[in-house]
Design a protein around this ligand. Structure first.
Ligand code: NAI
Length: 249
């Protein structure tokens, strides 16, 4: 037998068709997990699925909006039907609508909370039902440095990510009884589409505060997720792991 560390496990990665999510899905597949990847764009999802399959992984793409309860339920049901179990959930789907507090629109607050926080809750609740039955599971929520230290122009995003950290700790306490471990990974400045839209000057200012003096990669984050999904993390729950080059300590 291959002896891959996650052989026989099934993972769901939300927003997994690009950026950090795609890096996570790729590493979990490399470790032998069957990966169910969700996203809103069918074309991009198909390209991501092909990319993971080319690495030798088993992958299923499901078009689903992370903020829609019906979509999230369908995502989880599809994963259960296709692979019979769910071992790992990575709540990665996320977005920003930056703006200064005094000018922030209600809609920008609402949408960021809907996708980043409510979306993660919907997936967590749906997946936990299956994991409770199995008496095992790993849930990894992708938070952000902004959720721990704040960031000007992101009161909505920082609130959502801080909320995710609180949710992680509460769920870790509730679900420990069934052997389900819940942790958060908080990335710093990572090179993806999300940060590509940040003005160069603002990026440089942030980068100057990173002791390791480079922007992070999706893989840097994915390596931490891979660890938390694996057997080596059996005694780890309710924690926040910062992957940020030292930006926040
Ligand atoms: P990205 O913009 O490349 O990827 C975000 C993914 O989430 C995309 O696949 C997108 O389609 C998906 N998504 C967004 N809204 C969705 C919705 N309603 N339904 C389904 N999917 C949706 O950005 P990145 O950087 O890969 O972000 C991944 C996660 O990492 C997010 O939760 C983000 O907040 C977090 N993060 C990113 C940091 C960075 O510096 N890039 C820093 C800290 C956290």
């Amino acid at each position: 037998m291959g002896g891959k560390p996650l052989a026989g496990r099934v993972a769901i990665v939300t927003g997994g068709s690009r950026g950090i999510g795609l890096a996570v899905a790729s590493l979990l597949a490399e470790d032998g997990a069957a990966v169910v990847v969700s996203g809103r764009d069918a074309g991009r999802l198909a390209r991501a699925s092909n990319e993971i399959e080319a690495l030798g992984g088993t992958v299923l793409g499901v078009v689903a909006d992370a903020a829609s309860r019906a979509d999230v339920d369908r995502l989880v049901d599809t994963a259960k039907e296709r692979f019979s179990r769910i071992d790992i959930l990575v709540n990665n789907a996320g977005m920003t609508r930056d703006g200064l507090l005094l000018r922030m629109k209600d809609a920008d607050w609402d949408e960021v909370l809907q996708v980043n926080l409510r979306g993660a809750f919907l997936a967590l609740r749906a997946v936990a039902k299956a994991m409770v039955r199995q008496k095992s599971g790993r849930i990894i929520n992708i938070a952000s440095t902004a959720g721990a230290m704040g960031n000007a122009g992101q009161v909505n995003y920082a609130a959502a990510k801080a909320g995710l950290i609180g949710m992680t700790k509460a769920a870790a306490r509730e679900l420990a009884h069934w052997g389900i471990l819940v942790n958060a990974v908080a990335p710093g400045l990572i090179d993806t589409d999300m940060t590509a839209v940040v003005p160069a000057e603002a990026r440089e200012t942030l980068l100057a505060q990173v002791p390791l003096k480079r922007i992070g990669t999706g893989r840097d984050v994915a390596e931490m997720v891979r660890f938390l999904a694996g057997d080596g993390a059996a005694y780890v729950t309710g924690q926040v792991f910062h992957v940020n080059g030292g930006l926040y300590m």
